[in-house]
Design a protein around this ligand. Structure first.
Ligand code: R5P
Length: 313
């Protein structure tokens, strides 16, 4: 294999270290500091000339700071004559801003795509991108891997019999169907209306959850509002007081834990695309996507298809 470099920003240092460990390579030496006014100061401390650089950085909160860091690192690589810069963005922030809902709003996901290409990123690898159509905002290759088989591997054998997989909104039906396929469960769909950035209302439940344990799946848990509302509706519809939750990206913003601390919630499973909250939370479990990212990175480097690097569910 030709030489490549793995470079990380400051977001999610544990995932970067785990990915480096799986690849058996060190992380590229770099300095990242802040000027007194808050601007970013970056220096690559080893040559990248002629090398393929994999730049791993989740744009997790604080999203803007981590995004600018990613852009600055890519710009530094391009100016130092790296042969190709591939951004590994395990969590792609701003992905929910993929359309205009109100007049005079930006399409921020598109703006982020433009910025990434402008600084010379030649390829993107991400996980469970919120909306597939974001790929169309780029003119460079975008590979969106999925953590669903990895999460299903840990859920298999843990979930009670007769579990029903629940999509919390119309946008997650495809993902829920994928979970159901791996786990051999039926699918129930909730119809969600978003009232504000933190409040949602479920208006319809399609399917039967009577006396069944439920596995609610989502791409991300942000404020926890979507899940809290889903739990309430499922229990009101007669679901057993045995709720499981699985999501790729666990942001768990302030207040999310309180919303999800419910006697019916048995286990919550996320991946490590986002730095895990430090507080002790017995119901919260995490599984690493580092082996998947490492496999995808190797295949990208050798220009092989990424299709086969997904763990079978
Ligand atoms: C929305 O379409 C997403 O798939 C998630 O359901 C949503 O972003 C979760 O956010 P929150 O936890 O704040 O409800």
């Amino acid at each position: 294999m030709n030489e490549f470099l793995l470079l990380s920003g400051t977001a999610n240092a544990e995932l970067a270290a785990a990915t480096a460990h799986h690849l058996g390579v060190p992380l590229c030496a770099r300095r990242i500091e802040r000027f007194p006014d808050g601007e970013i100061s970056i220096e690559l401390q080893q040559p990248v000339r002629g090398k393929e650089v994999f730049l791993i950085q989740s744009t997790e909160p604080p999203v803007d700071a981590h995004l600018v860091e990613l852009l600055a690192l890519a710009d530094a690589c391009r100016r130092a004559a790296a042969s190709r810069v591939t951004a590994i963005v395990p969590y792609f922030g701003y992905a929910r801003a993929d359309k205009r809902v109100m007049r005079r709003e930006p399409i921020t996901a598109r703006m982020v795509a433009d910025l990434m290409q402008t600084v010379g990123i030649g390829q993107i690898v991400t996980l469970d991108l919120h909306a597939d159509q974001i790929e169309g905002f780029f003119t460079i290759p975008v590979d969106s891997l999925t953590a669903v088989p990895i999460l299903c591997d840990v859920l298999k054998g843990r979930l009670p019999e007769n579990t029903v997989t629940v999509s919390p909104d119309a946008g997650r039906v495809r993902m829920a169907t994928e979970y159901a396929h791996h786990l051999g469960t039926p699918v129930v769909v909730l119809h969600k209306r978003r009232d504000s950035s933190t409040a949602t209302t479920v208006t319809q439940l399609v399917g039967d959850v009577g006396d069944c344990p439920c596995l609610i799946v989502d791409d991300m848990i942000s404020t926890g509002g979507t899940l809290a509302e889903s739990i309430k509706v499922l229990l009101n519809a007669g679901a057993r007081s045995d709720i499981w939750i699985a999501a790729t990206h666990g942001l768990f913003l302030d207040g999310a834990r309180a919303k999800l601390t419910h006697p019916a919630v048995h286990e919550i499973w996320v991946t490590d695309t986002i730095t895990r909250p430090q507080d002790d939370w017995p119901q919260l479990h995490s599984v690493s996507v580092a082996p998947l990212i490492a496999a995808a990175l190797k295949r990208t480097h050798t220009d092989d298809s990424l299709r086969d690097c997904q763990t079978p569910g």
